[in-house]
Design a protein around this ligand. Structure first.
Ligand code: ASP
Length: 355
């Protein structure tokens, strides 16, 4: 008898809940914006000058510039930093990562947006892709024009980023970047223009999807490891090993490699010519570094393409790692995180294949 009453009570509650949803509309997704600065928060004295200062506008002012976004989601903002991303640091990246991980299973957040400068957006996006443990959408967004410019691109980019972060279909794609109607994966994207609004491209692996005025289409899931399948955990980490990037060119001088070792680098990424190449003297310096236990990764200064193992030099003999699809700045992030614990060369090479 009592269980019957409970059953009817439960049914009544369900009916009331569905009535209130149809009367007041569905509950909106909850999006948390973590603001770090960049041109999207930048300001200049006039609408047509190229000089401006990044990180001037607060997150509240940015959200106020896109009132339509309030129809897409319940939005809250937190100011994590307000810097041009040329000043991005592991310290700020960790603040963002820790905040996302803290809220990963909270019912108060369905998706995250991170406002960020475009200069080092690929580093932060890729770092977060490795270390945040959630399937909820995590979407980076920036702009190429400051908020005061004619045809500022920030407001629509922010609107679209909020639309992606609020979209359940965006779940499980790893960390994304939304700019100029395109949805990129942190793994594949790279900045290709110093000033054009279409500055991000995803060569090789292609776009994850597109977005237009908040209508999103997703084409595929990233095939590399990220988020919950990533083995990297940075909980409680307060400092990272030094990893330097050294740029190769014709007649490259090997002493930079030796200098880097002297300065305490635990890893070196070579932005090699072509397929991760460098001259003989530099290869010898890399082999010397490897013998001392410093991990040397061969990446490339070329905009697209894979750096393969044992192609024009003998990685096995020299003790080097090939970066495969990662450009130097992302190879540096992966190596930095991977070197938080000691690992053998073959394990590191596998990591570069999988991430
Ligand atoms: N220097 C700026 C930054 O990265 C450029 C931008 O946001 O587009 O913060």
């Amino acid at each position: 008898m009592k269980s019957n009453i409970n059953f009817y009570k439960g049914m009544l509650l369900l009916v009331m809940l569905s009535l209130s949803i149809s009367m007041f509309g569905q509950a909106k997704p909850k999006v948390l914006i973590l603001a770090t600065g960049g041109t999207i928060a930048g300001a200049a004295k006039s609408g047509v000058q190229s000089g401006y200062t990044s990180g001037q506008v607060t997150i509240d002012a940015m959200v106020n510039a896109v009132p339509d976004a309030l129809k897409l989601a319940d939005i809250k903002g937190e100011q994590i930093a307000n810097v041009g991303s040329q000043d991005m640091s592991f310290e700020i990246m960790m603040k963002v990562a820790n905040r996302i991980n803290e809220l990963a299973s909270s019912k108060d957040v369905d998706g995250f947006v991170i406002t960020h400068g475009t200069d080092t957006m690929e580093e932060t996006a890729y770092f977060l892709n490795l270390v945040v443990k959630t399937d909820k959408p995590v979407v980076l967004v920036g702009s190429m024009r400051p908020s005061t410019a004619i045809s500022a691109d920030g407001p629509l980019n922010l609107y679209n980023a909020i639309a992606v972060a609020a979209d359940p279909n965006a779940k499980g794609h790893g960390v994304l970047l939304v700019m100029n109607d395109w949805i990129h994966s942190a793994q594949s994207l790279t900045k290709v223009s110093t000033t054009a609004v279409q500055t991000f491209m995803s060569p090789i692996r292609g776009l994850i999807g597109t977005t237009a005025y908040g209508v999103n289409d997703f084409y595929h899931y990233p095939d590399q490891k990220f988020g919950k399948t990533s083995e990297f955990d940075v909980k409680g980490v307060t400092s990272f090993p030094r990893v330097d990037i050294i740029y190769a060119d014709a007649d490259m001088k090997p002493d930079l490699i030796d200098a880097s070792i002297e300065k305490g680098a635990k890893g070196i990424v070579i932005a090699g010519v072509g397929n991760g190449n460098m001259n003989k003297a530099s290869l010898d310096a890399c082999a010397r570094a490897s013998k001392k236990g410093i991990i040397v990764v061969r990446s490339t200064r070329v905009a697209t393409g894979i750096v393969g193992r044992n192609v024009e030099c003998n990685d096995d003999e020299l003790g080097l790692i090939a970066s495969y699809g990662l450009n130097p700045q992302k190879a540096r992030i992966l190596l930095t995180v991977a070197l938080l614990k000691p690992r053998k060369l073959d394990e590191l090479q596998k990591i570069f294949l999988e991430y």
